[in-house]
Design a protein around this ligand. Sequence first.
Ligand code: PAN
Ligand code: ZN
Length: 200
Amino acid sequence: MKASIDKLLRHIDLDSATITGATSQQRRLSDLAGCFVDVAAYDALLGQGDAEVYSVATPEGPDGAGDLAFGLGIVQPGRVGDEYFLTKGHYHSWREAAEVYIGLGGHGGLVLEDDHGMSQFVPLAEHDVVYVPGCTAHRTVNTGDEPLTYLGIYPATAGHDYAGIAADGFRLVVVAGPDGPQAMPRADYLKNLQVKEGHR
Ligand code: PAN
Ligand code: ZN
């Protein structure tokens, strides 16, 4: 059976952060409690207002075995302390489900981690394509000063498991360093914060 063309063809409008036929879900600072290491900086920023950190627009589509789903992600520029604005991050509920990210604008990257100690930060900018293997938790980070926009394409039956990574958190953080954005162990960033706090 032939699907009608309006279900087959979509258009991305980067200015309005939409895809035709998609509803958009906004994530604000208050939705990201526990995601940033510097709790004092998080509370202080939230005190100034509940800013939008990112949105994801996902068109309705077929969601059976073999189908694909896709979402337009837009992460706003900004920082909590030295840590750049980010998405919550998740494993797929169907752990083996992989995903492809295609960069559409801005500068940032993906933090990728698995249960076996693998942890890396892979750049994502316009025209970059990042393959996120199965069984890998993934989070997007905007290290630039304009919105980071990308398309994520994944099996429609993948599902999102946020709790699997939220319990212990990502081991890698992406922070503004003296020479620009740098990925570092979360434990080291936390230690630096505690040292700074001790000097106050
Ligand atoms: C993406 C993400 C998007 C938002 O479409 O859903 O970047 O991140 P969170 O889902 O972690 O809030 C994707 O990876 N889908 O599977
Ligand atoms: Zn995903």
